[in-house]
Ligand binder design. Structure first.
Ligand code: FE2
Length: 177
């Protein structure tokens, strides 16, 4: 059985992940409005991944015998200052999400809920990826600067990103009631 305070944190994390999905979708729309279709695609895929994160936690709570409680999702911004502004915001947001994951693990450890501690290792690994991707995108944009040709190539490359559902989610959905 999930401890109440762990369950609360997990439910809050669903909302945070759904907020991340909204945030990245809003960023994707901004890139589309600037005809940076590759960046737009990358952020669109990122948005789908965030929704997948939310759904992983959703299924976990149900499996663990807890109660899912969905909450209001804060509106994301939409007046981004430019490409670099978005890339910087993404790095900051992912660092914040990592801190939330650590809080969950810390609380679950204190409550001796080792199942949650173990399950959330997946999110720890995922956050290493997320932070690395965000930093890489920002770093590459900074290096290439405002050079139009380089931006075009970066846009092309980012546009190759394809969404694949995390196998963990597919497994959880497969065994869902
Ligand atoms: Fe996430």
């Amino acid at each position: 059985m999930l401890k109440k305070n762990v369950e609360t944190l997990l439910n809050q994390q669903i909302t945070k992940e759904l907020y991340s999905a909204q945030l990245y979708l809003s960023m994707s729309a901004w890139f589309s409005s600037k005809d940076l279709d590759g960046f737009a695609k990358w952020y669109y895929v990122q948005s789908l991944e965030e929704r997948a994160h939310a759904m992983i936690i959703y299924h976990y709570i149900i499996k663990a015998g807890g109660t899912v409680k969905l909450e209001e999702i804060e509106a994301p911004g939409n007046d981004w200052s430019g490409v670099l502004g978005i890339l910087e915001e993404t790095v900051k947001h992912e660092e914040y999400v990592t801190s939330l994951i650590y809080d969950i693990i810390e609380t679950a450890s204190r409550e001796k809920d080792l199942k949650v501690v173990q399950f959330f290792q997946w999110f720890v690994d995922e956050q290493v990826e997320e932070e690395d991707n965000a930093n890489k995108n920002k770093g590459r944009f900074e290096t290439m600067g405002m050079d139009g040709k380089a931006l075009y190539l970066l846009d092309q490359e980012l546009g190759a990103r394809v969404y694949t559902a995390p196998p963990l989610l597919t497994t959880l959905e497969g065994s869902a009631p």
